[in-house]
Design a binder for this molecule. Sequence first.
Ligand SMILES: Nc1nc2c(ncn2[C@@H]2O[C@H](COP(=O)(O)OP(=O)(O)OP(=O)(O)O)[C@@H](O)[C@H]2O)c(=O)[nH]1
Ligand SMILES: [Mg+2]
Length: 254
Amino acid sequence: MHYICVPAYNERAAIGRVLDRTRAAMERRGYPYRVLVYDDGSTDGTADIAEGYAASMPVTVIRGGVNRGLRAGMEALLRKAVELSAGGDDVAVMLEGDDTQNPEQIFRMADRITEGFDVVVASRFRRGARVVGLPAARRALSLGGALVMKLLFPNKGVSDYTSGFRAYRTAILAAAFDRYGGRLIEGREFSCASELILRLGGMGAIVAEIPIVLRYDRKGGVSKMRVARNIFSTLAMLVRLRVALWTERPPHRR
Ligand SMILES: Nc1nc2c(ncn2[C@@H]2O[C@H](COP(=O)(O)OP(=O)(O)OP(=O)(O)O)[C@@H](O)[C@H]2O)c(=O)[nH]1
Ligand SMILES: [Mg+2]
């Protein structure tokens, strides 16, 4: 089973396209799937639009109430996927609601999970990756962030620590929630994505990557990323995690 987890905040312009593409891709391959959309406080009717799709595809909309940022959305979605998986060996995919990512890439990621990997990242820094329409400043920021993280947390499977487009084995997420509970993802702003992969790496998760096709030219709506705040929260997270992982012993290694 594939749980496609979509955090969506004011994505009126794009959420319909994301659901259309996901349904077309999954049904063309006959993949068992359910889309989970988490909306906490959109003011543009995003959740209503997503709910309108429930008649024609397996989609569950979780209304999170007052907006609490991407971190809360990511945690709620991954916990829901683990809960629905109920101990099964399923796949949870994080897919953005702004239509910049391609659901067709889910198959390659799911295949790598079937091959034995615990996490698969759609990376901007793998050979064959295509990033269309992303401003140069954002490219530089992502590359700089990746280099700093690679230095502090070398993991041979990871080149892109901040790409949120990933597939996770639900069993590794369940183990991580058991171990860390509400502390699994603590970072503010958008550092939550990198924090999660660093924590899972620290637990011995085996990570693979595929080259992403990122269509920033298709982006609906505005970016919710507050760049300066994100840089500070990421640096704070890196220090906190470096200290934490120095003091922790990995629970298991394959
Ligand atoms: N539920 C929820 N979703 C959020 C929140 N903030 C961002 N998101 C969603 O998380 C995804 C990533 O946010 P984006 O604004 O696209 O951030 P980004 O991809 O890092 O930046 P861009 O490159 O500008 O797209 C999108 O689907 C957003 O709708 C939030 O507070 N609550
Ligand atoms: Mg985005």
